[in-house]
Design a protein around this ligand. Structure first.
Ligand code: HEC
Ligand code: HEC
Length: 381
């Protein structure tokens, strides 16, 4: 009997020593570098509010079954997103080019990579990147889903300049990742696949539901005037969904304001310009896809100039003027923008009042809560 008691006491002492060792080992790794809440922030409960076209938006939710958002998974993704260790010379993180204050985009026309080189296209805003009809990512749709997308910037020679084994080695070398992988995946094994899963979870959490547009939508259907909007904003909203006034809602649709497939919105007359960015054609090798691009969600568009894949427009007014009278005809121009006879580009001929109203409407899609939300801020001290 006493033997057993002794044995039990010994076991208890051993267990508590082991636990306290683990605590010592564990806590400093996190607290030394990171400001994280004791309990993970809530990411997994993010739900599309019912006042929106929630059926449609949920159909556009491309979360795969094997990677649902979890609180610790997205937390790990957040740390990876802000960690400069993920670039070859440790100077650049995802957040260098996707800044929370600018709707997770960059105000530079082309962003600066790890060695000072410039990206070939403008950085994309990530607000609502979770939703997409086709699951194609990047301006030219070359990535198939976010899990496929998120490692590519790390491997890109201009952006972050890494390879997968160096990436895994860097991440493995940090105590805080051992702890975070454990919490996210149940053990501390670091693989590039898990890095991709966690980053995709974090990007998928960047949902916007607190804009002035949302406040109006809570008590109105989309077609009626919103009582919290000015007259100009309500006019802009009507025009945005009017096929004869730019047909914006025909391509940037649902309350998530996302596109389905790459389309040509008439920025260039393709047949006459040899050195233009061919867009989706480079992915499909099909000349019928020349000059087609897919735009990110228009939520937070007002705070993330410049605009288009090459950042050619500085202001939203310039964007709307393009749609009003600047559309270039080419054989791949999208049918939403055909003029009479279907052999020329449409001229919407919007008045200045109409142009300003559409701009004012797009500015109601700014979500200041999202851009100040601590769940998406830099966790490094
Ligand atoms: C040096 C700047 C830079 C860095 C660093 C960077 N990105 Fe990007 N990101 C871009 C640019 C530019 C594009 C558009 C590129 C294109 O379409 O060819 C883009 C596109 C994306 C997209 C596609 C969005 C959509 O709607 O299709 C996602 C998602 C994304 N980046 C996430 C990340 C993540 C995650 C990281 C870190 C692992 C990261 N980016 C690092 C510049 C950057
Ligand atoms: C034919 C479909 C189509 C229609 C109609 C359309 N767009 Fe677009 N829109 C696009 C495409 C495609 C892009 C991306 C083009 C690119 O960068 O090459 C885009 C890009 C944009 C951008 C820039 C997005 C960014 O992240 O930089 C804004 C803003 C925009 N559109 C607003 C509008 C407004 C306002 C209207 C109506 C006046 C409109 N669009 C009508 C297809 C369309």
């Amino acid at each position: 009997m006493t033997q057993i008691i002794k044995y039990l006491v010994l076991l208890t002492v051993l267990a508590s020593v082991m636990l306290s060792c683990r605590d010592k080992d564990v806590t400093p790794g996190l607290e030394e570098y990171l400001n994280l809440p004791e309990e993970a922030f809530d990411y997994q409960a993010i739900a599309v509010p019912g006042y929106l076209d929630s059926d449609l938006i949920l159909l556009q939710d491309k979360t795969p079954e094997n990677n649902p958002v979890t609180n610790w998974g997205a937390t790990l993704g957040r740390v990876l997103f802000y960690d400069k260790l993920l670039s070859a010379n440790q100077q650049i993180s995802c957040a260098s080019c996707h800044q929370q204050q600018f709707g997770f985009s960059d105000t530079a026309r082309f962003s600066m990579g790890h060695e000072g080189g410039k990206t070939g296209r403008h950085s994309m805003g990530l607000t609502n990147a979770r939703y997409r009809v086709s699951n194609l990512y990047f301006w030219d749709g070359r990535a198939d889903g976010l899990e496929d997308q998120v490692l590519r910037p790390i491997l890109d020679s201009i952006e972050m300049g890494m390879n997968l084994s160096l990436l895994e080695q860097r991440v493995r070398s940090q105590t805080y990742y051992r702890i975070l992988f454990n919490r996210a995946f149940g053990d501390s094994q670091v693989t590039s696949k898990r890095i991709a899963l966690a980053l995709a979870q974090f990007v998928r959490s960047m949902n916007s539901f607190e804009s002035r547009y949302d406040q109006g939508r809570r008590s109105h259907n989309r077609k009626e005037d919103f009582s919290n909007f000015s007259e100009q904003e309500n006019l802009g909203k009507r025009l945005f969904f009017d096929v004869a006034k730019g047909n914006c809602g025909g391509c940037h649709y649902s309350d998530a304001f996302v596109m389905d497939v790459p389309r040509n919105n008439g920025l260039d007359a393709w047949e006459f310009a040899g050195d233009n960015d061919i867009g989706y054609q480079a992915v499909t090798n099909n000349a019928l896809d020349q000059g087609k691009f897919i735009a990110p969600s228009l939520r937070n568009i007002g705070i993330r100039p410049p605009y288009m894949h090459d950042g050619r427009f500085q202001t939203l007014e310039q964007v709307v003027r393009h749609y009003s009278n600047g559309i270039q005809w080419s054989s791949t121009l999208d049918a939403h923008l055909f003029g009479p006879g279907n052999q020329q580009a449409v001229q919407f001929n919007l008045s200045t009042t109409e142009i300003n109203a559409i701009v004012a409407f797009m500015e109601t899609l700014t979500d200041t809560e999202l851009i100040n939300d601590p769940r998406f801020s830099n966790p490094f001290k």
